[in-house]
Design a protein. Structure first.
Length: 239
């Protein structure tokens, strides 16, 4: 398992957990709470479920398509597995980019045995078509708060206004981003608590937009959330 030191810069152990008074492992600066591993993991699951509900839910079909597109993929798949484990006949369609670098370890043994998985490969622009063909009515991305906010900030700095235009796509498949309010550091702790692999390798390093955002967030933890709200307001205005 990989747990990069950069992810632990916001971890401030020692203070009692907000929920159980046990020693905390993480300081949630944007909420002011100190949390132990167990209660941080529970908090993440609660917020992921709430985001799914606000974004339209997981639908009624038995197939859910999940894009393998970042470090949040495995933790997200683990959470989704617990959410739909009580539904009979559920299937997870894993969408992978069709490139030479897409040599992933397809070990999904952490999912409930009742959930069937299959991997479909293709170009990212064809994922929607693949999901529809596979009878899924939800396509799920694993983008975290850090990734989403970095994309917003990058678009602002580059002057790319297209990112802020709400899609007019009327396809029957809804795109969800359940981790959009979960910081990467929290997912690293969740992965450790649930004994899941977590690898930040391949993400942009400091000195670029992500580094700039990290520097801003160190003094102002609400910045990533504010960027997402700003994006959503611009998209609403553009309707």
């Amino acid at each position: 398992m990989l747990y990069p030191m950069a992810l632990w810069e916001m971890v401030m152990p020692g203070e009692p957990c907000f929920s159980c008074r046990a020693p905390s492992v993480y300081s949630q600066q944007y909420s002011g709470k100190h949390l132990c591993e167990r209660h941080l993991a529970e908090d993440i699951v609660i917020r992921v479920k709430r985001t799914i509900r606000l974004q339209g839910g997981l639908g009624k079909k038995s197939v859910i398509a999940v894009i393998h597109d970042g470090p949040g993929f495995i933790p997200l798949l683990h959470i989704l597995g617990s959410v739909v484990s009580s539904r009979p006949g559920m299937k997870m369609m894993i969408l992978e980019p069709d490139s030479e670098d897409s040599l992933y370890n397809h070990d999904f043994s952490f999912l409930p045995s009742s959930i069937q998985t299959r991997v479909e490969r293709g170009m990212p622009e064809s994922f929607m078509e693949i999901a529809i063909r596979g009878e899924a009515d939800r396509i799920i991305r694993s983008a975290t708060l850090d990734e989403e906010a970095s994309q917003v900030l990058g678009s602002l700095l580059s002057g790319d206004s297209s990112f802020f235009m709400k899609s007019t796509d009327t396809a029957s498949v809804i795109c969800l981003t359940p981790l959009c309010e979960i910081p990467m550091a929290e997912l690293a702790i969740y992965s450790r608590y649930t004994n899941l692999p977590f690898d930040e390798a391949g993400l942009p390093e400091s000195g670029n937009v992500r580094g700039f955002l990290t520097a801003l967030s160190n003094n102002h933890p609400s910045v990533p959330f504010s960027l997402l709200k700003y994006r959503d307001r611009l998209r609403d205005l553009g309707q």
